[in-house]
Design a protein around this ligand. Structure first.
Ligand code: FES
Length: 160
């Protein structure tokens, strides 16, 4: 079940809805704006967005669940994105994927118990020449072996 957002957050949500509802094709831009604002799309946002855009709750929820980009729970402090697309897999990216899940102790879309990291799968980061690729927060990394990933995670744990 999605977490709650507080009253001031509802005001922020309503401001985003007001800003987007008159534009053509507003749903995806609005969902992106909501995730940018809150870090995820809170469950309470679904009925408010549905009503404002004259859609059913199921339609809005369907879009949120279809696109893995949208989170339905608050993320950890750091977002770890591992590329699972073909070029990275052909350069032993599967070992990096397995290392990410093992080192963090979570599966895809999971957040570590200490709230430090959320693990997400992505399908090409535009860094195929330096496969396997990963991104931690906004920083892109190439040739991410399991050992390099372990070092990167350790740096983020101690310095952030
Ligand atoms: S396939 Fe991984 S960065 Fe392009």
């Amino acid at each position: 079940m999605s977490k709650s957002i507080s009253d001031p957050s509802v005001d922020r949500l309503d401001a985003l809805i007001a800003r987007h509802c008159a534009m053509p094709g507003p749903l995806l831009p609005l969902l992106h704006a909501v995730q940018d604002e809150f870090g995820y799309v809170p469950g309470e946002a679904v009925p408010r967005i549905a009503e404002a855009l004259n859609l059913s709750r199921a339609e809005v929820h369907g879009v949120i669940s279809f696109y893995h980009w949208f989170r339905q729970h608050p993320p950890g402090k750091h977002i770890v994105r591992i590329c699972r697309a073909e070029a990275c897999q052909s350069m032993n990216g599967v070992a990096t994927e397995e290392a990410a899940r093992r080192l963090l102790g979570v599966d895809w879309h999971g957040t570590t118990a200490d709230g430090q990291f959320t693990l997400e799968a992505v399908y090409c980061l535009g860094n195929c020449a330096a496969a396997p690729a990963a991104m931690i927060d906004d920083k892109l990394h190439g040739r991410v072996t399991p050992e390099k990933l372990e070092q990167l995670l350790a740096q983020h744990r101690v310095t952030q």
